[in-house]
Structures are given as C-alpha cells and as structure tokens.
Design a protein around this ligand. Structure first.
Ligand code: AMP
Ligand code: MG
Length: 418
C-alpha cells in the first residue's frame, strides 16, 4: 500500500501535458473561453497604441502653465476639439490648448493634460487654475506594453481578462490545446441505470452520473461506455476500446480484492503497466493506476492513464478530486495551478482517525467573521454513505500518525468546487 504522497508523485509524473505541436486546435476568439493557450501570444501593437488623454480636459504645453494658479490663471486659446476616435489636425503652439476627451489622441506639441475641473472656459479661451505636473494625465504610447514582447504565455486558461487582452491585440484566431478525451465506465453485476426498477441486490450506477459531470465540467471530451458486467471478456473488450480512444480512462468498482477482481490480469494482457494497487487513504484505498504506452492503433497521444476508482460512491469521488482532477488539469496543458491546494483552517469539531491511513472528512468550509472554518458533515462518514456528501464543499485531511484533531485546532482542507 502506497502513501498518498507517493501515489500523488507517481501519478503526477506519469501524466504529461498534451503536446503543444500535435495536440492543438485553431479556434476563434469567441470560442476561447476556458480553453488553454498552446502557444505564447506576441502582439504587433503597442499599448496604448498612441499617446492619449486619461481625462476630459485640455491638452497643452507644460511650459505654458508651470506657474498657473487660481490667483494668477494662465489663459490659453482653444484651437481644436478632439473627441475619442479622431486624429488631431493641429499642432499646439505656445499659448494654445485643445479641448480633449478621455482616450482621445494627444495633439502634436502638447505634453500635458489639465482636467476640466481645474479650468474655466469662456468661448474659445480657457483659464488654467492650477499648476499641473509635467506630462500629467497623458497615457504614453507603449507605456503598458511594447509590440513584440510576450503578451500571454503558453499554458494559461483563458478567462475574461485574457480574452479582452487578445481582442484588444487583434488576435482573433488562437492555438489552444485540444480537449482531453476521457473514457468512463462502471463495473459490477449489481449495477443498473436509474430508470430501471430495482431488483433485490441491485444498486443504481450513480458513479456514471457523478463522473460524467466532473469530467465534462473540466472541458474534456467524454466517451461514456456504460455498465460493464463482472465478466473478464467484456471488461477486456471495453478497456481495449477505452485505451484506444482516450487519454484518460476511468472505471469504478471491482478493483479491490474480491473473487471478481481480475482487472490486473486484464491490464497486463492489454500491455498496461500497473503503478498503484492500493493507497493508504480513507476513503479510497482500493485505487488502481496503470499506464498504457505507445499504443500504435491510437488516434490520440501515446500514453494513456487508467484510473480504476473504488466502487463506493464516496470513495470514487474523493479519489477523483484528490488524484484524477489534478491529472486531467495537468494533461490539459495547464502549466500552473493544477495541483491540489490545501488551506489551513480551524475545525469546528474534533476529527478522529485510526492514525494508519490519511483520512478525509467531508464537510463545509464557511467564512465566519472573515475567518474560514471547517464543519464536518453530520451523519456517518462511511464511504458508502453518499447522502451526507451532498452540499459539502471541502475535504479535511487527518494525516497518518494523527489520531485526533481536537475541536478548534487547525486542519488542512481541500476545497471542492465541482
Ligand atoms: P466494488 O469496488 O466493485 O467492490 O464496489 C464497492 C461498493 O460500491 C459496492 O457496494 C458496489 O455496489 C458499489 N458500487 C460499485 N460501483 C458503483 C457505481 N458505479 N455506482 C454506485 N455504487 C457502486
Ligand atoms: Mg464490483
């Protein structure tokens, strides 16, 4: 049995990001939300594109107004009005000013803007009532960004700010990583779909629905392979289809030590290598991880990672959040932020474990008077009790060797957002 951190290291080393040459798509900027950039973006434009005004006011020569005050205003002649979006026509000479608006291009000759609140206008004359700072309220060309330098790096997720930056830089077609392909199936003779009346001993395949949602939410392409009976031939057939068509294969059920647990043999017969057979965590001990290399039949990348998740619905979800979700994020091309991030918060109740396995408690991470606190869910923390997992948003972790985290003590918590 491997520790959680050894398991994590093995898995995160096995998972390699999609290839930034081969595994890409060219997409329109309007379709780019939540996609991951596959190559860095360099803009041809300076930002701002030209010197422009940061205020509604008057553009002038600083030299003319360096002694202006309310008592001794400097009076300038207004020779032009420059709204945003227009090219100024004149050059500002000594004693002259232009009426200018926010974002409008600075006229030649002018180097300073005085906001309208510090002026008094009469006809085509404006009195400047205060000394500006030199170059005040001028946004200089290329002050924020110079054409030719890198605007956005590869491996970032495109959200509103990045999309706005790309639009402003006129990048309307982008290279992003293709969506990872994830195959999902459930194993077990006892499983039925939710629309079937339950016969004695049967259980609804809830993992199908939970995993479908989790994977779809990550922007992956799904291959849903349904329920597979506990029959080696069927299982082998479905697993072969899965590894030929996906980057990641998720199954649930049937990987622990039962009479019907022959998945190891099947993996090996399909050329797979098993890396993890059991993990010292609770829930989630019966986790299998395998890889399949250089699959020549495949239309997608070479290496396929197989996660045989435990069948118990809580264990399946906890192991997904702990290992699979970060793996899919890393595979998707995200260069940072794909690892699980624990935060330390106060637990409102005591948390007890046998100290032998890393133990996870599901519950609520809540903000109270500006401080995050963890409240474990009420009811049984059994890996078969799916019901009290509902409406939780975090997992608190009790490490190996710790048998008790007393109420009000600090605990490491992983936030769950899907
Ligand atoms: P297994 O890992 O196959 O031994 O299953 C462990 C427990 O999880 C058993 O009680 C199964 O009935 C249950 N289980 C297995 N697969 C699923 C599934 N897809 N959805 C809901 N429960 C499941
Ligand atoms: Mg089973």
């Amino acid at each position: 049995m491997l520790s959680v951190s050894d398991t994590e290291n093995i898995i995160f080393n096995l998972v390699q990001p999609l290839d930034n040459q081969r595994d890409i798509e060219l997409i329109d900027l309007l379709a780019a939300g939540d996609r991951i950039l596959a190559s860095p973006i360099t803009s041809q434009l300076d930002f701002p594109h030209w010197d422009n005004s940061a205020m509604d006011g008057y553009a002038m020569r600083f030299a003319d107004v360096q002694a202006a005050s309310a008592e001794k205003p400097v009076i300038l002649e207004i020779i032009e009005e420059i709204p945003a979006g227009y090219q100024p026509q004149s050059t500002i000479k000594p004693g002259q000013a232009a009426r200018i608006f926010t974002g409008a291009v600075m006229p030649k000759g002018a180097d300073t803007v005085v906001m309208q609140e510090s002026t008094y206008r009469e006809g085509n004359r404006v009195s400047i009532l205060a000394t500006p700072k030199p170059q005040q309220f001028v946004r200089h060309r290329a002050a924020y960004y110079q054409a030719g330098s890198q605007l956005l790096p590869e491996g970032i997720i495109l959200k509103a700010a990045e999309i706005a930056v790309l639009a402003a830089a006129q990048c309307i077609e982008l290279s992003v990583y293709r969506r990872p392909r994830v195959a999902i199936f459930s194993t077990g003779d006892e499983l039925v779909t939710p629309d079937q009346p339950l016969q004695p001993g049967q259980i609804v395949d809830s993992n199908h629905y939970a995993l479908f949602h989790l994977v779809r939410q990550m922007g992956a392409e799904l291959l849903m392979l349904g329920i597979v009976k506990d029959e080696p031939e069927k299982l082998k057939q479905v697993l072969a289809t899965a590894i030929n068509n996906a980057d990641v294969v998720l199954s649930s059920g049937g990987v622990s030590v039962g009479d019907y647990d022959y998945i190891e043999e099947i993996i090996e017969s399909l050329g797979g290598q098993i890396h993890v057979r059991a993990v010292g965590m609770k829930p989630g001990k019966p986790l299998t991880v395998a890889s399949f290399e250089n699959n020549t039949d495949k239309t997608v990348g070479n290496r396929v990672i197989y996660f045989g998740l435990p069948g118990n619905p809580v264990s399946a979800l906890v192991t997904f959040w702990r290992f699979v979700q970060p793996s899919i994020k890393k595979l998707s091309g995200l260069s940072q932020g794909w690892k699980p991030e624990f935060v330390e918060v106060r637990s409102l109740q005591e948390l007890r474990s046998d100290g032998k396995r890393e133990t996870y408690f599901w519950g609520y991470l809540d903000l109270n008077n500006g401080v995050y606190e963890f409240q474990p869910a009420g009811g049984s923390h059994s890996s078969a009790n799916l019901i009290n997992l509902a409406q939780t948003n975090a997992l608190a972790m009790v490490p190996v060797g710790t048998r008790l985290i007393p109420a009000q003590a600090q605990v490491q918590v992983l936030r769950i957002d899907s």
